[in-house]
Structures are given as C-alpha cells and as structure tokens.
Design a protein around this ligand. Structure first.
Ligand SMILES: [Zn+2]
Length: 421
C-alpha cells in the first residue's frame, strides 16, 4: 500500500470514501452522502480555524475573516455525476483547503478575507439543476425550480425538506456582495494537457451549454395492423432528431451535441411508439455558434415532428452562456506559473463550471491540472499527486498575492463580440 505523501492526498482518499465504494463515487445534491461530505468539509475548515457552515442552498462556505475589503473566494464542488470519479470538483475544493492550511502553517495574515466555497449541485445530476449552488450564491432567482422532479417523481422542494433544508430560504444563500474575486482549480477533463505535456493550463473561457427535454407525441397503435405509411411513430421522429443534430454539430466549428437519454412509451415490441422523450445537450464556446446551434436544434425538432405527424414540446432544462474568464486575474495566474517555470498554456473549457456563474458578477479565473488519458465523469478519472502539486502551489501563491494587494480591476472580453465587465 503506497503511503500518502501529503495532507492533500490524505484528504482525497478520505473524501472519496464518502459515497464511494472503492471504485466509483456517487454524491448527488440532497442525498445523505452529499450532506455527509459537506459536514466533513465544515469540520476540516473549523479545524483550520475558519468560520464554516452549510448555507441555505447546501453550499459549504468557510470564512477566514481577516483584514478588510472584499473577500478572495476559492473553491469548486463536491457533488458528482452517477458513477463519477474522485477528482472532478473534489480536487478543486481540497486544493483550496490545502491552500488555507499552508497559509495558516506559514503564519500568513491575509490583508482581506479569504473564503472557501464548495458549491452544491454543480453537476445537476438529480434534478437537471446544474450550478444550483453557485446560482444561489450570486442571487439568481431559482423559484421556478420548486416543482422540478427527479426520476422518482420527488420534487426539489421535497428533496430539500428531507435533508433539513427549506426551498423558500434559498435566497439567504446570496453572499456575492462580500466577494471581490473567484478562483477555481479543476481537472481538465480532456486529453490536451497530457498530449502537450503541460503542468497547468489557464482557462481562457467556458463553453455555453444548454440542456433540453424534447417530447414527441404521435399515435400508439398495433405494430402489425397499422400500415407503414399511416404511422405516427414518435421514436422514428426522435431518431431523425438524433441524426440531424449530430450532423449539425459535425458541420459547425467548435460545437458539440449529445442525446444522452431517450424514453419510449409504451415500450412494447409489437406496439408503435406513441411517445418519445429525449434529453439533449448542446455546447459552443463562441456566442454566434452557440446561438446558431440552439436555433438549429429547434428547427430540427419541428422538421422531424412535421415529417412524422407528431407534436413537439421543447423544454429548456438548463442554460449557461459562453463565458470568458477575467483577463487581469488570469494574468496573475500566468505570472506565477512563469515564475515557477511551469509548462502552461491557455485552454478553453468544454465543460461547464461554477466559475462561469461567478464570472457574471466578479472577476473570475480558473486553472486546470491534467486528467490522465483525458478521462472524467468516470471511475478511471485520475490526476497523480505529482500533477496535483503545481496546481496547489500556484493557487497558494496567487491567493497570497491577492490577499496582500488590490484585486485587479475587472477585465473580461465578451465571447459574443463586444467588451463586457
Ligand atoms: Zn466539475
């Protein structure tokens, strides 16, 4: 059995056992394992001398109240996808925790408050409510989600209640007015860093993503007696959507499209499917391409429905715009990487992150550490201890610097073309 080499590595192991079975990790919002992970983190933060609690949206917030002015916020998320790995989100939270531990150990006195957050439900696994916690933290109105249901028909509001939370108090989680800037370390979740032998990457921007539930309805009927030309087959319409959407993404630059789930009703071998429900995800990092694929998707669905004589309903389940990271804050990351002679590049993120929610309100930046073979959202997700260390080192140095001086003024280019702050 290899010995753990540092506190961070010990924490990675310890946290992976909460909701983990030695292979995969399953921690979803509003479940006992996620609550247990949050409580564990609160204890670690308190042991380091921070004020810490779980807020009304299920976020863990730790506060090192020192100095004056707005806080530097560091963090990520603790929830996972179904059968997820040990590093997505967790490594960002634990690196932030290790940053606090090292600064304390050094006797550092922050000139401004240093806060740590583990945002709840970044993945949106159970209710399709991705970035729920960070949205609550920045004060986004989430009241429309009250009756959102999971696969078992439990509403979000009921799920929160069963864990001791109250849907109506979510707005109390808004604390963005205390924050000066946000930094997030995350695993890359792709193969580019490994391919290019990079130690670290500075995230230039985060893709826009939109999730949909498309319901196609035709006519359930007998598979043997209904003439082929008279069928209104919802699955045939759904199949056209799958293929046309794939074609649309293939022929556009820098666009992805995915149909990850289809339910067919009534589901009999000898029955023409009367209903098909598709769950889709489309992404693009530039505004024009993002708008193009989202409008194309609607055309594709309506065209497939028309061709098969179906009705179509398109519901948007989640939506996040393409987001650039803050130039000034990213430059601080780059300077520290240069000073440490690390191999780094700027990379765009094809995954969504809490940083894209925070970026709408405060200067935000992200750094990536490598993912072995580019694998993530799977048990094989791995970042070696040697690959973790440069990330923690840079995070610690940048936090030290930001807590000792002014936070760079917001400077963010708008992926939609103009200049935005
Ligand atoms: Zn993540």
């Amino acid at each position: 059995v290899p010995m753990s080499t540092s506190k961070l590595d010990e924490w990675v192991d310890e946290l992976s056992r909460i909701g983990g079975d030695g292979r995969a990790v399953n921690r979803f919002a509003w479940t006992p394992h996620q609550i247990q992970a949050c409580d564990w983190l609160v204890r670690q933060l308190q042991e380091l001398g921070l004020e810490a609690e779980v807020d009304s949206a299920g976020n863990v917030v730790g506060r090192w109240q020192s100095g004056e002015g707005k806080a530097v916020l560091i963090g990520s998320h603790l929830d996972t996808v179904p059968d997820g790995g040990r590093f997505d989100g967790a490594l960002g939270v634990l690196s932030a925790l290790e940053t606090v531990r090292r600064l304390k150990e050094d006797g550092f006195e922050p000139g401004r408050p240093l806060w740590l957050a583990a945002f709840n439900d970044e993945e949106g696994t159970r209710f399709g409510t991705s970035m729920f916690g960070s949205e609550a933290f920045v004060g986004t109105d989430l009241s429309h989600l009250e009756d959102r249901v999971d696969r078992d028909g439990t509403t979000l509001s009921e799920a929160m209640k069963s864990c001791g939370f109250d849907f109506d108090t979510i707005p109390r989680a808004c604390r963005i007015e205390h924050i000066g800037c946000y930094l997030e370390l995350h695993i890359e979740q792709g193969p580019r860093m490994q391919d290019r032998n990079l130690d670290l990457a500075v995230v230039s921007g985060i893709v826009g993503l939109r999730g949909y539930r498309v319901t196609l309805e035709g006519q359930t009927n007998h598979a043997g007696t209904t003439p082929m030309r008279q069928r209104r087959d919802a699955l045939v319409g759904a199949s056209q959507v799958v293929l046309a959407l794939r074609q649309a993404a293939l022929t556009a630059a820098d666009v992805t499209a995915n149909v990850g789930r289809i339910q067919v009703e009534p589901g009999g071998t000898n029955v023409v499917p009367g209903k098909a429900v598709l769950h889709l995800d489309v992404r693009a990092s530039a505004g024009p391409q993002f708008r193009q694929i989202t409008s194309k998707l609607e055309d594709i669905v309506h065209e497939a429905a028309r061709a098969e004589g179906l009705t179509a309903d398109i519901a948007v389940i989640y939506a996040h715009e393409p987001t650039a990271m803050d130039e000034g804050l990213s430059s601080v990351l780059r300077e520290e990487m240069e000073r440490s002679a690390l191999a780094w590049e700027d990379l765009a993120s094809g995954a969504g992150h809490d940083a894209q929610v925070l970026a709408k309100h405060v200067p935000s930046a992200m750094l990536f550490v490598p993912s072995r073979d580019g694998i993530s959202h799977a048990p094989a997700e791995y970042t070696t201890p040697e690959q973790r260390e440069p990330g923690v080192k840079i995070l610690t140095e940048v936090v030290r610097r930001l807590c000792s001086s002014d936070i760079p003024r917001a400077r963010r280019s708008d992926p939609n073309g103009g200049e935005a702050v």
